[in-house]
Write a protein that binds this ligand. Structure first.
Ligand code: SAM
Length: 275
């Protein structure tokens, strides 16, 4: 029986199955097995762990996850990739389950189970939407144990940004108020086939204890309103948020401030006052 070590190189798999990269599906493949192993390691020791992967494509990252000892549930939209993934599933001794479909329509918790690690070289067109969905989970700790996700470098920087920087905004607050994001690995554009126009980075996010008394939906709406008009002072951008101006006064946060000057803790305090 073929094992993982006996699989043909990814370039051969791509040629054999005619997997020319489709731009509309955000396909930029990674083929360097050492780099793929490093990406898989960002999630920690995966021996015996469950992993949910979005967009396995020809299966490069999936191979690395399986090599690390994980059991993988992967969702792929491109049917052309399914035969290659079926071969990989067989070589893994049944540790890979592939779901054909759109990751936006998947109930990941039901498919991958509580405690799964999410690891993905995300398609750029749906990456941020999925991240926000995972960060906005009503249940906390969420069903995922960690997120290890490839983004365009500019998006990665927005996720870990600190107050006062241009990159700081809604994504930073959502990622930092009850989780800890770090940039674990920078990935040069030349590592991808075909190379995208921009550099990429793998972000690692682990949940932390959630502050008490805060309605996540309230915080999400608040950051949406504040950063929706980021050049405006809070007194202008939060005018339409009932109770916000009173809460700012009660917390001693000047209404002349602009949203990017507020710390994550200040946003949390404001959301708590409105919750
Ligand atoms: N994981 C592979 C790798 O690292 O080489 C491929 C990564 S490629 C950037 C993104 C993959 O996501 C492609 O295989 C693409 O077909 C798939 N994809 C795009 N949109 C998707 C969606 N909405 N749901 C599931 N998969 C999707």
């Amino acid at each position: 029986m073929t094992g993982l070590a006996d699989l043909p190189p990814l370039r051969e798999v791509i040629a054999k199955h005619g997997l020319s990269a489709s731009k509309s599906l955000g396909q930029n493949f990674l083929l360097d097995s050492q780099l793929l192993d490093r990406i898989a390691r960002v999630a920690g020791d995966l021996e015996g762990q469950r992993v949910y992967e979005v967009g396995p494509g020809p299966g490069g990252l999936t191979r690395a996850l399986l090599r690390a000892g994980a059991t993988v549930t992967a969702v792929e939209r491109d049917r052309r990739c399914l035969p290659a993934l079926a071969e990989l599933g067989e070589a893994s001794g049944g540790r890979l389950r592939v779901i054909e479909g759109d990751a936006l329509g998947i109930d990941e918790k039901a498919e991958a189970g509580d405690g799964a690690h999410i690891v993905a070289n995300l398609p750029y067109n749906v990456g941020t939407v999925l991240l926000v969905r995972w960060l906005e989970s009503t249940a906390w700790p969420p069903f995922w144990s960690s997120l290890s996700l490839m983004f365009q470098k500019e998006v990665a920087e927005r996720i870990v940004a600190k107050p006062g920087s241009d990159a700081y905004g809604r994504l930073a607050v959502l990622a930092q108020w009850r989780a800890e994001p770090t940039i674990a690995l920078n990935v040069h554009r030349s590592a991808f086939v075909p190379p995208p126009k921009v550099m990429s980075a793998v972000v690692h996010i682990v949940p932390k204890v959630m502050p008490q008394g805060v309605d996540p939906a309230r915080l999400s709406a608040l950051t949406g309103a504040a950063f929706g008009q980021r050049r405006k002072m809070l007194r202008q951008s939060l005018k339409g948020t009932p109770g916000a101006l009173d809460a700012l006064a009660a917390l001693g946060i000047a209404t002349e401030r602009r949203p990017e000057t507020l710390s994550v803790d200040e946003f949390v305090a404001l959301a708590r006052a409105l919750s």
